[in-house]
Design a binder for this molecule. Structure first.
Ligand code: ACO
Ligand code: KIV
Length: 502
């Protein structure tokens, strides 16, 4: 039987401490609802004493969200705790998170205090918070640099005072996994009443150890993890939720389970990144753009033969539709063939080898090769199916723009007219009317080849039919005609049998 691992999300508190990432109340509510939907157990919604805006956000999140516990942060200061309690008045389940620094540095230089006084203030803070809520979490700030004896003592005392969760933060991101796990084991072994509280991890990433330390903490007995989406947070950030959740999911040997609905991870990551205006680094584990992108030949061949050769998790499990095979100068024939097949160009043997040689010459010059490049490489191999034939294209403007299009589909000729917000739109709409069942136009790119007004327009188009993408290309000095030709080119890539109902 696995234990429950409580997921405490602090994206809206520690995550929001990232310079330039502050959110307004409405944006915080959007994130809080997404976190609820994702399945987090506790949302740390803010530090209410810090500003009227943060107070309001905690209040509004308490109203907007019903399943997770809503947590408000405070120092071990009477006013902070009273204000935190007030901000939680609408929460169905509210928690006050209070605490104080416990390392020699914090006690001496930050708080200008002594160990006995720190224990007294910690205990008083927990007792005061318990007057307002039953759920009180105590943080032993900078526990990662604390002395074991003192940490064990203060944790014992705050549990006696009523703390239901004890948080052991590696505030400065200093610990190595063995050391951090050692703190948790030490507390489990030495604090007589430790089983009366849940031990929580809160790790910072200053040495890139946040996830490793959190996992070490869980392996040593912590049953709550404090995490943020995309690992955002003060300085180098916090432990990233997606990493911890997926590490646990991938390693059945860690005897805990979470309530996170993992296919919602990617969407939540994008939402937070967009609202906080904070791009996700491309190589970020789980949610980075390249997390499931394979760019070198040996890996691509391996993935194409059997995905698990190079993937330890299914991208769908975290909400990424599929892995991608990116064509670069390090790609091999397997990857090239994979992309050509997707374009409907089936090459083998000598033909494939010939195109591969050309591909490498191009790939050495360009960083990555797109579909347009491929189409120009294989132009002579593309079958020129003319199932759909463009006979004529015209349009008139009389206030409204109306197109007239004549197409031959199979053996039959069709004429259609359509209105649009410009000639290109009107012409494409008329073609869409003729070509049943409908295709969906997903990408449409017009590029000028030179800079003159007599320029030739290059058009690239992607249409979707039955979830399969088809690409069309053309060039002409008449933009409207070039667009119609690219559309028809894409339609001709669709297998003829798909037009059976026409
Ligand atoms: C580890 C964490 O606390 S992470 C959260 C960090 N987040 C924030 O700091 C954002 C919110 N903070 C704020 O808005 C402000 O700092 C406030 C409202 C809390 C305090 O503002 P001010 O009263 O102007 O104090 P200031 O920020 O300059 O200094 C912090 C004071 O709190 C004290 N303090 C710091 N942590 C604690 C604590 N956990 N318990 C008690 N006192 C503390 C410091 O020693 C310092 O006191 P001093 O002025 O007597 O030396
Ligand atoms: C408030 C505490 C939990 C904190 O953010 C830290 O120690 O890093």
């Amino acid at each position: 039987m696995s234990d429950k691992l409580w997921i405490f999300d602090t994206t809206l508190r520690d995550g929001e401490q990232v310079p330039g990432c502050q959110l307004n109340t409405q944006e915080k509510i959007i994130v809080a609802k997404a976190l609820e939907d994702l399945g987090v157990d506790i949302i740390e919604a803010g530090f209410p004493i810090s500003s009227p805006g943060d107070f309001k956000s905690v209040e509004e999140i308490s109203k907007a969200v019903s399943n997770p516990i809503i947590c408000a942060l405070s120092r071990a200061v009477q006013k902070d705790i009273e204000v935190a309690a007030d901000s939680l008045k609408y929460a169905k389940k509210g928690r006050i998170h209070t605490g104080i620094g416990v390392s020699p540095e914090h006690i001496k230089y930050k708080l200008r205090s002594d160990p006995d006084e720190i224990i007294r203030r910690g205990v008083a803070a927990v007792k005061l918070a318990r007057n307002f809520v039953d759920d009180v979490e105590f943080y032993a700030e900078d526990a990662g640099r604390a002395e074991h004896d003192f940490l064990a003592k203060i944790i014992e005392e705050v549990i006696k005072a009523g703390a239901t969760v004890v948080n052991i933060p590696d505030t400065t991101g200093y610990c190595l996994p063995e050391q951090y796990g050692g703190f948790i084991s030490m507390l489990k072994n030495r604090v007589p009443n430790i089983d009366k509280a849940i031990i929580s991890t809160h790790c910072h990433n200053d040495l890139g150890m946040a996830t490793a330390n959190t996992i070490a903490g869980v392996q040593a007995g912590a049953r709550q993890v404090e995490v943020t989406i995309n690992g955002i947070g003060e300085r180098a950030g916090n432990t990233s939720m997606e990493e911890v959740v997926m590490a646990i999911k991938c390693h059945g040997s860690i005897p805990v389970e979470t309530s996170i609905d993992t296919p919602k991870i990617y969407g939540t990551s994008r939402l937070v990144s967009k609202l906080m205006n904070m791009p996700v680094q491309p190589n970020k584990a789980i949610v980075g753009r390249n997390a499931f992108a394979h760019s070198s030949g040996i890996h691509q061949d391996g993935v194409l033969k059997h995905r698990e050769n190079y993937e330890i998790m299914d991208p769908k499990d975290v909400g990424v539709a599929e892995s991608s095979i990116v064509l670069t100068a390090r790609s091999g024939r397997a990857a090239l063939k994979h992309h050509l097949d997707a374009l409907g160009v089936e090459l083998e043997g000598e033909e494939l080898r010939e195109v591969y040689e050309q591909f490498l010459l191009l790939a050495d010059k360009k960083r990555d090769i797109g579909r347009k490049d491929l189409m120009s490489l294989v132009g002579k191999y593309v079958s020129d199916s003319n199932f759909v034939e463009l006979i004529s294209v015209g349009y008139s403007s009389n206030g409204n723009i109306t197109s007239q299009v004549k197409l031959k589909v199979g053996e039959k000729e069709y004429s259609e007219t359509a209105e649009g917000n410009g000639p290109v739109d009107a012409v494409l709409k008329a073609i869409e009317k003729i070509v049943e069942p409908q295709v969906e136009l997903e990408e449409f790119l017009i590029q000028a080849m030179t800079a003159g007004s007599d320029d030739v327009a290059k058009v690239h188009m992607k249409v979707i039919k039955n979830d399969v993408p088809y690409f069309g290309f053309s060039s002409n000095s008449d933009i409207v005609l070039a667009s119609a030709m690219a559309f028809v080119d894409a339609l001709n890539k669709i297998p003829v049998k798909e037009y059976a109902t026409t």
